[in-house]
Design a protein around this ligand. Structure first.
Ligand SMILES: [Zn+2]
Length: 481
């Protein structure tokens, strides 16, 4: 297959083809139509989002043989030369390698002569923030007294490093990152135009890896086409981009959230066996947990750069857990990942983080207490010799909890500090409470006979004891640290 690299082949030739920068291209078109062309433009924005491309289209629009026109013909000799980068009146200068005063003085001399073709002379200075202070001063002199029909387009990824004296003499345009949905749609369309089959999941991965830079996305597409032989698949993209496949991550996170450290560690070993490095696994895990957190907390907008199938995975996992559990796991894994970068034993850090995260699951099961079946053994409470005496309020709390088996986890926490009287709203008495006299409460909070199953209340009580014991253990741990 012979082809131009996508980044060149798919380079927009007209304003209407520039992706996701309508706020700029519309203004430029209007300026050309009304003949109000400035002397200097500052194009600011992240790399690979169309700054120099737009500058070239602007040059074509001004110097087209049928122009100035907002729609350059693309076929006249001027348009062709600008597209090929061989036009003597359109000079592209790399600010990073021509940053000294001599280059700018030279430019100033040349700018005095009118253009060869009788049109505009256009200087496109890329990465202009790299110029030295002296070079900026020389540039400022030109901008203070601009020669007629000379246009400067300064492109920069770091506008804050451009001196204010320069910025104030430019019309500034801020280019934005290409939104994921728009980029994925664009890639799908262009690939289809080339007869390249591309799976939506693979394009979503490319979009994510590009970080909103179209140039990066196109160069990944190039690599993928050579790598997969013309068919862009999810596996191919995952393998080239070294993204750990979601199936593995789902296995690790799912097992950890279910309180199964062994299962989670097995999946980790599997990932290593597939050749992923600790760093790749850490990064992918953090990204996965971040998406899961969004799904669990209802922040759906953040999932918009995922394909529908991928988002479905997160919604599904999220429905079985709560955002607090995911947040705790994310914190543990992210801090282990940060530590792993400095460590000679990064794998151990990752594995311990997975085990620690799996141990968090008891907190989740406490919240979902009503689902605990009586088959769970009620462990006798181990009284530690150094344990402080139980607070006097404890027995009252237990009665309360027995009385409200519907959400004992929430009840027990609330009643830890606040003792409610039967008259207060929200108090729900059950058969175990003598003051209630066996009457069913008005709010229907307690199901009939809810507190009468001895198994339920025993389990609730022993879980509360366990909760106390663990809290005490943690406090002791913290003190001894
Ligand atoms: Zn033309």
């Amino acid at each position: 297959m012979s082809y131009l690299v996508f980044a060149r082949k798919w380079r927009p030739q007209g304003f209407e083809e520039v992706l996701a920068q309508d706020h700029i291209t519309v203004t430029l078109r209007n300026a050309i139509e009304s003949g109000r062309i400035g002397h200097a433009y500052l194009f600011a924005g992240p790399r690979g989002v169309g700054k120099t491309t737009t500058a070239r289209i602007l040059a074509k629009a001004l110097n087209c043989e049928k122009g100035p026109t907002p729609d350059p013909c693309r076929v006249c000799s001027s348009c062709m030369r600008i597209t090929a980068g061989s036009d003597l009146d359109v000079l592209e200068i790399d600010g990073a390698s021509n940053r000294g005063i001599d280059e700018i003085r030279d430019l100033r001399e040349k700018a005095r002569y009118s253009s060869a073709g009788g049109g505009w002379k256009i200087y496109i200075i890329d990465e202009v923030h790299m110029l030295t202070r002296e070079a900026f001063n020389a540039l400022l002199k030109i901008l203070e007294e601009p020669p007629p029909r000379v246009l400067f387009v300064f492109a920069t990824t770091e506008p804050r490093k451009v001196p204010a004296t320069i910025v104030s003499r430019c019309q500034r345009f801020d280019f934005r990152r290409i939104p994921a949905a728009q980029m994925a749609e664009y890639l799908a369309r262009e690939a289809a135009g080339e007869g390249i089959e591309a799976e939506p999941e693979a394009l979503a991965m490319v979009t994510r890896a590009s970080g909103g830079s179209l140039r990066d996305a196109l160069s990944i597409m190039d690599q993928l086409v050579s790598f997969t032989g013309g068919r862009i698949t999810r596996e191919g993209a995952a393998s080239l981009l070294r993204v750990v496949q979601d199936g593995i991550l789902e296995g690790i996170v799912g097992a950890a959230l279910a309180g199964n450290p062994g299962g989670a560690l097995d999946r980790v070993s599997e990932a290593f066996a597939l050749g992923y490095s600790v760093e790749e696994l850490n990064e992918s895990l953090v990204e996965f947990l971040r998406n899961l957190l969004l799904a669990a907390s209802g922040g759906e907008a953040g999932l918009s750069d995922l394909s529908e199938a991928e988002a479905g995975v997160f919604r599904n996992l999220a429905s079985a857990t709560c955002d607090t559990a995911v947040l705790d796991m994310l914190r543990i894994v992210a801090s282990a990942a940060a530590e792993a970068r400095q460590s000679s034993q990064p794998r151990i850090l990752l594995e311990s983080a997975i085990v620690a995260a799996s141990r968090l699951s008891w907190a989740v099961s406490l919240e979902s207490l009503p689902r605990v079946t009586p088959a769970a053994p009620a462990e006798p409470r181990a009284v530690r010799p150094d344990a402080p005496p139980r607070p006097a309020a404890a027995p009252a709390r237990r009665e309360r909890v027995e009385a409200a088996p519907v959400s004992p986890g929430a009840e027990s926490r609330r009643s830890d500090g606040i003792r409610q009287s039967p008259a207060e709203p929200g108090y729900s008495a059950g058969p175990g409470d003598p003051s209630a006299g066996g009457d069913a409460p008005g709010d229907g909070h307690v199901p009939a006979g809810g507190g009468e199953t001895p198994g339920d209340s025993e389990i609730t009580q022993s879980l509360l004891d366990l909760f106390d014991a663990v809290s005490r253990d943690r406090t002791t741990d913290r003190r001894s640290r």
